[in-house]
Design a protein. Structure first.
Length: 308
């Protein structure tokens, strides 16, 4: 590792901490209100579809707000990722959404597009792989031509290995299968520990194994209610896992970030809000800024130049 890289890592340029914001006509104004709170990066989420949204207009408005903002640790604020979360294996509209975001990413100063792999509804994971290769082979080549990467969220969307409606990229066996189906260096994951804890998976060993293929991390955690599991089991009709904002769940994010740095990981952790059952509604921004402060501490606290 050369001296310039070490200096960048010491300035926390390797791991930035931000939040996920919805893409709409007021997104630039919303980012303007979030910037003074200290968020460093922003993922723009288009939900299930981009629709007829004017991407050029949005990019110009967002870039103007970011360009006028103060850097943090000497690092400019930026858009970390564009995301759309429809089912590209069944919806031509969603495929077109991926194409539009890939083509528009550079205008946002962004090098990453994320979403679901999609799924053939009601079928086991392997049955979706031929269609996945048919859809994402060309999309991966499109991204490579533009110097971009593609990331698949690890949310099961209530699916299992045997059946589901939206996404097959929710377990290591499936990740290995999609990487084999489309052998491209731009294909990776949009990962978070929450979705693994929902499946009672320890996220840190998984992170150690897959860090080289993780392009983006959602800042979302979970609390496993072991008392409920011991009483009602997993299928007793009583919710046993709560989605939580980082700092309020089961994951030790200090360990998580240490794993990332040991792997030489570079990227953004963007808080995915509006899921926490406690820090919601009037407490939404309170919870998100608490998560930002917590993740900064887990990252090592304030940057102090090395005196040795």
């Amino acid at each position: 590792m050369d001296a310039a890289t070490i200096r960048e890592m010491n300035a926390h340029d390797d791991i930035r901490i931000g939040t996920v914001v919805p893409a709409h006509d007021q997104t630039a104004a919303l980012i303007g209100r979030l910037l003074p709170l200290g968020f460093e990066t922003f993922q723009l989420s288009f939900g299930r579809t981009v629709g007829s949204f004017d991407l050029d207009r949005l990019a110009d408005a967002v870039r103007a707000v970011l360009d006028a903002s103060e850097p943090i640790d000497g690092v400019p604020r930026r858009i970390s990722c564009l995301g759309v979360y429809g089912n590209p294996l069944t919806s031509p509209e969603t495929v077109a959404d991926w194409e539009r975001l890939i083509d528009a990413a550079a205008r946002f100063g962004c090098e990453l597009v994320a979403g679901f792999t999609g799924r053939i509804p009601g079928r086991p994971v392997p049955d979706s792989l031929p269609r996945f290769a048919e859809v994402f082979g060309p999309l991966a080549r499109r991204a490579e031509d533009r110097g971009l990467r593609l990331a698949f969220e690890n949310c099961a969307q209530r699916g299992t290995w045997d059946s589901g409606d939206w996404n097959i990229a929710h377990a290591p066996r499936a990740w290995d299968a999609i990487f084999a189906a489309v052998e491209s260096p731009v294909i990776g994951l949009e990962w978070e520990p929450c979705h693994q804890l929902v499946s009672l998976v320890d996220p840190l060993p998984q992170l150690r194994a897959y860090a080289p293929r993780i392009w983006h991390i959602h800042g979302k955690d979970a609390t496993v209610r072991w008392d409920v599991i011991r009483t009602h089991g997993l299928r007793g009709g009583v919710p046993c896992v709560q989605h939580r904002t980082p700092g309020f769940g089961d994951t030790n994010w200090t360990d998580l970030i240490s794993v990332l740095r040991e792997a030489g990981w570079r990227g953004s952790i963007d808080v995915e809000g509006f899921h926490d059952p406690v820090y919601r509604d009037a407490l939404e921004t309170t919870g998100q800024t608490a998560a930002l402060a917590y993740l900064r501490r887990c990252r090592g606290g304030d940057f102090v130049a090395n005196v040795w």
